[in-house]
Design a protein around this ligand. Structure first.
Ligand SMILES: NC(=O)C1=CN([C@@H]2O[C@H](COP(=O)(O)OP(=O)(O)OC[C@H]3O[C@@H](n4cnc5c(N)ncnc54)[C@H](O)[C@@H]3O)[C@@H](O)[C@H]2O)C=CC1
Ligand SMILES: O=C(CO)COP(=O)(O)O
Length: 339
């Protein structure tokens, strides 16, 4: 009889809402998990009280999750390292760990952003800053609002990697009775879906903040998916990814849920709040605020048209009055539907 496989050891970098929730997912799937967090009080609370009251109030964490403020200790001996810090901070967090990462470890990005300045996707940032083969990197993305998962409500996700072995290892590490991973070799498509849906959720939030209803929401979501698809195809993604969990699935969850920070921030903007005030009122990381600019830059460099993304950039960063947004989009030349 073959002995049962040894439990995997996992590290999670980032003790915010998704990092802490994913640590619980990994523990429920049978991994021994260490979370790295910057904040000593949060680290203490996770380890000794099995809670993270700042980011996941009311949620009890599995006993198999402990935490440390030392990132090198967190990754020591890990088979799987998950990264859940704000995208724009990933490079600073990871680069000092390049010589601490175990040789056989795979790294999974949980982040949904595109780096400003370089316009790189997070899997590219991960591989570069840790100086590892991209085949050791995976991306996990899907309709995965942290709070629902922390309450163990069922959902599915996509684990993408250019290496089937890497994707399967990450899927094995996180699969449980409430969390179902599907693997996909299309890293570019899965990753773009996760980053750009945040921009579309901002646009939906803005329209709802202006009092618009479901027709507007459905129009923005549907044409938003067209924009995401257009950019993805220009970058070599697989067309089948976009109607899947990482594409349509995540768009639906993020654009519909009041738990989404991007959606919520958009509502504040739609109601007339300044960007600075909306960031504070929303709390947590709303990746679309920064990534809308890098996504638009990427699209422009490829000659890809992204009118909703462009309108969000204009409202958030270039002073376009919110009540001119709809007119701007609807005044565009008429065309045939489709990508
Ligand atoms: N919350 C969610 O439902 C989901 C979030 N994500 C993605 O996960 C990533 C992390 O998001 P959340 O955990 O939700 O954010 P969060 O705002 O809840 O937590 C962010 C964490 O990063 C830490 N942090 C902030 N600045 C930092 C810095 N300069 N250096 C190191 N750490 C820093 C904070 O202390 C905190 O622990 C984002 O890319 C987000 O798009 C993906 C799926 C679901
Ligand atoms: O990515 C998410 C759900 O899949 C979370 O969305 P927000 O980052 O907008 O909260």
């Amino acid at each position: 009889m073959t002995p049962p496989a040894a439990p995997l050891r996992a590290a999670v970098l980032g003790s915010g809402s998704w990092g802490t929730t994913f640590a619980a997912v990994l523990a429920d799937a049978g991994c021994a998990v260490t979370v790295w967090g910057r904040d000593a009080a949060t680290v203490e609370e996770i380890t000794h009280e099995h809670r993270n009251s700042r980011y996941l109030p009311g949620v009890e964490l599995p006993a198999g999750v402990s935490a440390t403020t030392d990132p090198r200790a967190a990754v020591a001996g890990a088979d799987v390292v998950a990264v859940a810090v704000p995208s724009q901070r990933a490079r600073d967090v990871l680069a000092p760990l390049a010589d601490a990462l175990p040789d056989a470890a795979v790294v999974v990005s949980l982040m949904k952003g595109v780096e400003l300045d370089t316009d790189q996707r997070m899997s590219q940032v991960v591989a570069q800053s840790l100086t590892i083969d991209p085949a050791r990197v995976a991306v996990l993305s899907g309709p995965n609002l942290a709070r629902e998962i922390a309450l163990r409500q069922p959902t599915a996700t996509v684990v993408a990697s250019t290496s089937a072995d890497t994707a399967q290892l990450v899927a094995r590490a996180c699969a449980s009775s409430y969390f179902r991973p599907y693997t996909n070799p299309d890293v570019v498509g899965v990753e773009l879906c996760g980053a750009v849906k945040n921009v579309i959720a901002l646009a939906v939030g803005i329209s709802q903040g202006r009092g618009m209803g479901y027709n507007t929401m459905a129009t923005v979501i549907t044409r938003g998916l067209v924009e995401i698809t257009r950019l993805g195809l220009a970058l070599g993604a697989d067309a089948e990814t976009f109607p899947g969990l990482a594409g349509m699935g995540d768009l639906m969850a993020t654009c519909a849920s009041p738990d989404s920070r991007n959606h919520t921030l958009g509502v504040h903007i739609g109601r007339g709040m300044s960007l600075d005030d909306a960031v504070v009122a929303t709390g947590g990381t709303a990746e679309g605020v920064k990534s809308c600019r890098s996504v638009l830059e990427l699209a422009t460099s490829l000659g890809v048209e992204m009118p909703i993304t462009s309108a969000v950039v204009q409202v958030l960063h270039q002073g376009l009055p919110v009540d001119e947004l709809a007119g701007l989009l609807l005044a565009r030349p008429h065309r045939a539907e489709g990508v």
